[in-house]
Write a protein that binds this ligand. Structure first.
Ligand code: CA
Length: 220
């Protein structure tokens, strides 16, 4: 379930936002000051934060800055009573993803929350390439086969990334050589075959198909 942290000191607004989000299937927690907001987000488990700027102990901007400094990268939608361009720009530059000016209709907030959740899901997906039960994490540079994690060398990683970006497509030895090793490689070299064999050993022989005189293909 998607969890949203609501940081709002005004009980009436907090309850309005919380009821609306719950009615739309989100799990919510409410905190009323900046210190509690920081300790909640640092504890993890939230997919999005709705952050009021006017908090009793500190400014919402400083909460946001400290969140980003401590590596918390969940989307943040700011609630602000201060209807000024200056605050909005400061909020977006300080790491907010969107903002709502009070008073607002719940539907408007909901639309922004949904949009930000979708955008952050897409960003997360882009760091992992998938094909069937095969996956490749572009950050950790590790492959996965079902639940099994597979360590790859730098060239194996580059080769698998190429296959995963072109699933089902035939890649010639020349294409693979130029993408993974660069053009200065002898086209007569059997290095591609050597690395394809290595990948098959690690991921399962059936995954990469050889097409005689054409090249290789990641099987569907
Ligand atoms: Ca407030």
């Amino acid at each position: 379930m998607t969890r949203i942290l609501i940081v709002e000191d005004e009980a009436r607004i907090a309850s309005f936002v919380e009821k609306g989000l719950r009615a739309n299937g989100f799990a919510t927690s409410v905190v009323g000051d900046g210190a509690s907001a920081l300790s909640s987000v640092r504890g993890g488990g939230f997919d999005l934060v709705v952050l009021d700027l006017g908090l009793p102990d500190r400014d919402g901007f400083s909460v946001l800055r400290q969140m980003r400094e401590s590596g918390v990268d969940v989307p943040v939608v700011i609630l602000t009573a201060r209807d000024s361009v200056h605050d909005t720009v400061a909020g977006l530059e300080g790491g907010a993803d969107d903002y709502m000016t009070k008073p607002f209709r719940f539907e408007e907030l909901l639309a922004r929350v949904r949009l930000r959740l979708r955008t952050s899901e897409r960003a997360a997906e882009l760091t992992v390439l998938r094909h069937g039960d095969l996956s490749l994490d572009l950050r950790t540079r590790r492959a996965g086969v079902g639940d099994r994690t597979v360590d790859l060398t730098a060239r194996e990683f580059a080769l698998l990334e190429l296959f995963l970006r072109h699933p089902g497509q035939v890649l010639s030895r020349e294409q693979i050589l130029s993408h993974v090793w660069g053009y200065d490689f002898d086209p007569g070299s059997n290095i591609v075959d050597v690395y394809v064999r290595a990948l098959r050993r690690k991921l399962g022989a059936e995954r990469i198909e050889t097409l005689r005189n054409m090249g290789y293909r990641l099987r569907d």
